[in-house]
Structures are given as structure tokens and as C-alpha cells.
Design a protein around this ligand. Sequence first.
Ligand code: BGC
Length: 500
Amino acid sequence: MLPPAGQSLNCSRDFFHTTESFFCLTFFCLRCCFVHARSCPLRLSLDKLRDVSSRLHKGLVQGLGKHSHHRAAVKMLPTFVRATPDGTEKGDFLALDLGGTNFRVLHVRVLQAEQKVVKMDSQICVVPKDMMTGATQQLFDHIASCLGDFIASQELKGQTLPLGFTFSFPCEQKEIDKSILIRWTKGFNCPGVEGRDVVTLLRDAVRRRGDYDIGSVAMVNDTVGTMMSCGYKDQSCEIGMIIGTGTNACYMEEMKNVKRVEGEDGRMCINTEWGGFGDDGSLRDIQTEFDQMVDKTSINPGVHIFEKMISGMYLGEIVRLLLLRLSEEKLLFKGQKSEVLQTPEIFQTKFISEIEEEDTGLDNARRILTQLDLQWDEADVRVVRLVCDTVSSRSARLCAAALATIANKMRLNRGLDRLQTTVGVDGTVYRKHPNFSEELQLTVRLLAPECSITFLVSEDGSGKGAAMVTAVAQRLALQSRLLDDSEEDEEEEEEDEETS
Ligand code: BGC
């Protein structure tokens, strides 16, 4: 990845081998300077990240407030998960996972005696792209049909198993089994679902089929599933984070700060929906022209601005737009006007990881540029790698700023000099990019020096974690309820903001 802002760029040593390489190096370094200047707005200094973190902190407090949450960009959604697993959970569960790379159906067994979650079986179902933006009933009938086929193949017909539904979109959870979709994100946009209860839509679809039944349903965000699946192994896991197709985090907040939920004691898991940070314009100064373009051409302009700077659904596009601009400015591909680079989504996010691989990266870049039918030279290959570095590095540093905000808040909440905690993490960007996790962890250490954070990559949080949430939910969930907004009390909004 790029050296931290402020340090100079070192060109690769392998360039010095021949005289020809020497000229190549000089040319490359010259181009690097221009490329560096062009991509400068994408490099965020530590001070800038601190500033972003303090803006996010304000956003978190606003989202938690009883009177301020309506207009908050960071939704801070109560999840009704009041406890991480304690090892007494057990039973058989079905799990659905919608909203990541694939739609999956799973059968999971939680064994109390061995403190183990066993995935019995799972099946991936494709959700065709047109269904992601098509009619509501079509989508939920498809989900019910995949589930029905799976139940039949597992010979579970006739049993009424509880179901954990990992639905990775912002939902206002009224109770553990009542979850109103606030908005679609990522590639989904079926009209008519926003504002409706997803559990009812699922139950209606199952009823329409009429050949199987489901038991109690627990709705789970993927961040929560991730935290819970890691929490089973490491009881100090109190944060869940996803950096995949989308990005988000949840954490255990003090009940006294969760003003929208009855009760003062203990903690509740809050789904921050940090992807929405910036939707109120608070990130305008760090949004580049490329971010603005990605947002403008997305299916949900103006929404999930932070996510669009970070997550796997968008990183490839940011790189493509930057490469296009560099080639228009004759800094790449001999300035050829390439139709390829004008094709949306042609530069996949996985190319970034491949190009940044330490040993094979340059070869991968040559292969990818050839596949894309671009006329490249050796300096182009290195510039493309530099661009990938810049974009992925910004993503890792922004995530680090957001995670540090949460960790710092948890530490202050608890009045600790030092917070020791574990973050359960999942998502293709975090898992697959060669140096993303390292850069993220390094930056968090700089931004939250009083927090010792252990990172635990989740083992199938969306599947096993969903089963775990369902199991814990059966034990605990209905202990609290969301206060009606109409239940006004005397406290003022300012008071919310002061005390969180
Ligand atoms: C959704 C979150 C989800 C995240 C990661 C975002 O687009 O709004 O609910 O947790 O993606 O999948």
C-alpha cells in the first residue's frame, strides 16, 4: 500500500536492472509525480482521519438520541440483542443470508455440550440481477422457494425449525421478529419494500407455497451475526464489522445511552449503519470527483456515501474512473481514448486485490490490462498498481477511523483508561485484499492508542452467527421494547446529545 501521507514514494528496485530500465524508471517517476498530484485528494492524513472520526462521533450520538435520531445520517439501530452467547445455547436452526455476495440457505446445529456451532449443510441460490430491482413478491417468492427446496433436500419437512434471517440492509427492528426495511442498499432496490416488515413478507411467501412452515424468526444484520459468531469463541468480542460488498459495524452500547429503548441497565447491540455517514453532507470535503460520480451513477444516489468510498461494490468503479481520468490526461495508456475504460463496472474490485499482491501483482496487472484490451507499457502497469494502492488504502484508513471512533466511545462509556476488546470481522475486501487488514489495524492503533483491539475473522457469521442470534434471542430477546416516538418526555434533544 502507499506510504502514509507525507512520505515520498519509492519506485521499485527491480527497475534498476538495465539502462533501458533506468529511463523507464525516470519516466515512471515523472508520471508518478503527476499521478500522485491527481490522486492527492484520495490520500487522507492522520489529522484528517481524526477530524473524520470526530464528525462520526457526533453522528453516533445523534443517531442514539431519542429526539435527534430522525434526522441522523448514521442510523444507530437498536437490535434487541442484549447479550453475547454464554455457551448455554443449543438446538437446530435454519438460516437465510441475503445481502452479501450470495444468497444462502443453511441448516445449523448448536451443540451446548461441546460449545460448538456445526454447519450441517448450506446451499447457494442465485438472485438474478433483475430480481434485485424487480417486484417485491417475486423476490420473496424466490427466497421462499430456495428455502423450500433446501428443506426438502435436507429432509426437514414436517419440522418447524426456528429461523435466523441475516438480512444485511438497514432495518428498524421493532422487536427481534419485526424488522422494517428503512432503505435498500448495495445492488438491491425492489420498490415497495421500504417501510414494510421483512418477516411478514417472508412469512406471506412461505404461506403462499403452503408446503412447509417455519418457527420463530430472528432478524439479524450481518454485523451482528459476525459479532455473535466470534463471541461464541471469544467472549470479549463486542464489535462486529463487515467490509465486503457493503460496509457496516455494530457494537455493544450502554443501555443508558440508547435513548430510544426502554431500560437503563446493561448493554444492547447497536447496528450503526455507518455506511450512511456523510448522507447529510458531512463528508463533502473529502468526497472526490470520482466519489461523486460513483454516487451519481449508482441506483441510490445521495445514499450511503461513506459505504461508496469504502466497500467492494464501489472500489473497482473508483479505480476505473481514476484510470479513465489519467488516460484522458495522457498519463496512462499513451492517452488512448479507450472505450473499455468508459464501460461501467468493467474494472472489478477483485482486480485491485490481484494487482496489489506482493509477488504476483505486476504479472496480474499485465494479465488484467491485456484481458481488458488496453495497450499498456511497463510504466502503465506500475501506475495502475499505484492507483489501486491509493484507492484501497483510503478505504482501509477510513474504516480504521470509523472503528477507532467506536472503540474510543466504548472506552469512554466505561470510564476505562484502557479498553481491551475484540472485533469480529468479515467481508471479501477485508479477507481477500493482501494488505487491507494490516493497514486498517495499523491506522486504528494510531487513532485509538488507548484501545487494544484484537481482530478475529469470523467463521461464517451470516450463517452460524444468525443461528447463534436466534438461539440467544430465544433466551433473552423480548426483554425490552422500542419506545414509541409519541412517548415524548420532557427531556430535550440537547440533553440526548450531552449524555451519550
Ligand atoms: C447495509 C448494512 C450491512 C452492510 C454490510 C450495507 O449496505 O446497509 O446493513 O451490514 O451493507 O453487508
